[in-house]
Design a protein around this ligand. Structure first.
Ligand code: DC
Length: 176
């Protein structure tokens, strides 16, 4: 299989590039952030606190049945609340291990272009093509803001920039 890995921080344009390239190359686009976001949304809906590692780790075992429960949650996983929760719960080893296996499995079955925070380094270290895509926090905040406005969601660009900086800090300094 030919696999392409794209890593980089929030809002750099990873998914925009990955979708276009996948379309052109006829590869499957795998948005690993959406997988982490779906897990975070589940915890928000069930009142689980971001620092409750025990409940979150126990749950990660049954992740497939609960999250894929027939419901399409695509429209609910991009809010700022879900973004911050995702960044918090994705630092737990049990959550990462569960998704890592699903992501690797996909890449053995299909030609994939996969974006995320750890794809080239950890999930697909042998990917034939590896890209690290980034931009300044201000530029990434502008991109997120535009995206939210286009979805009809009201938001404050300064708050988005603050959230992006907080998420960078959390995503770059987690233990695994
Ligand atoms: O790419 P994104 O903004 O949709 O990702 C949401 C969060 O998920 C991000 O703050 C960190 C986490 N994440 C991760 O830890 N590993 C990945 N491969 C993808 C996302």
């Amino acid at each position: 299989m030919y696999n392409i890995a794209i890593d980089g921080p929030a809002g750099a344009g990873k998914s925009t590039i990955a979708k276009k390239a996948a379309n052109k190359l006829d590869f499957i686009y795998v948005d690993t952030g959406a997988m982490y976001r779906a897990i975070a949304l589940y915890f928000i809906r069930n009142g689980v606190a971001a620092d409750d590692e025990k409940t979150i780790s126990d749950y990660a075992d049954g992740v497939q049945q609960v999250i894929l429960n027939g419901e399409n949650v695509n429209d609910y996983i991009r809010t700022e609340q879900v973004s911050m929760m995702t960044s918090s719960v994705s630092k737990y080893p049990a959550v990462r291990e569960k998704l890592l296996n699903l992501q690797r499995q996909l890449a053995t079955e299909k030609n994939v272009i996969m974006d995320g925070r750890d794809i080239g380094t950890c999930v697909l270290p042998d990917a034939k093509t590896k890209i690290f895509l980034t931009a300044s926090a201000g530029e990434r905040a502008r991109r997120r803001y535009k995206e939210q406005v286009e979805r009809g969601i009201e938001c404050d660009i300064k708050q988005i920039e603050k959230d992006i900086i907080a998420r960078d800090e959390q995503d770059m300094n987690r233990e695994i």
